[in-house]
Design a protein around this ligand. Sequence first.
Ligand SMILES: [Zn+2]
Length: 245
Amino acid sequence: MAMISRTDFTRLAIRFYGPATLLIGLALACLPLWAGPLPWAGLNPVVVIDPGHGGGDSGISDPRGEMEKAATLKLAKALAAALAADFNMILTRNDDYKLDPDQRAGVANRARAAAFISLHAGTGKYPNRDSIVIFVRKYDTYRPGGICREAYPDAPAVWRSNQLEYQDKSMQLARILAASFERLLSPGVKVSVRRAPVMVLGGVKAPAVLVEVGMLLNTPGKEARINQRLVQALKESLKEFLHGH
Ligand SMILES: [Zn+2]
């Protein structure tokens, strides 16, 4: 009977385990290219909330000196807590630091977001205090800069056209949001949907809207009540949009 020597055994082991190790290595190397939902993303859809501004970019401030960057972060955190049971909530920033529009969109794209909502709280060009404007990305009159006078260099053309294929879905999300805001915040609050060349939405590969809540967040005495209703409206809208109920 032929005995397998120690040298033969080593050769056999290399012959078997070599390709096996190679295959495992290749599988691990390919993981970042995985096309489906990320294995750790859980069963709930990923919702990315983007608190506008941050760091040296404070946004607008109200007469009391409260800054937009703080108001949007507060609302985003309230939203993340309220929606954690239904969605996998991700914030583009969870503290006071600056991000450029591509970094914000990149968070959504890396997480394979099912929806992206950028939050702003300002009057901007729409000086009605009690108004909510929901923006979806407009492509025919693109100009760099976007709204809120964010002076960032233009993004590459390919990147900023990411939103093109999601325009209909984004409009659908905007209309659902508008209906919820009207139901929960009217009368007295004017709600509208507009198309604008909003820079942060251009790079997002998901249904995406920018919600600008006028000065509502910063209205003394009303803030907590309004915040609560905003959170409720956003929660109901996302459930309808992503879960169909
Ligand atoms: Zn803003």
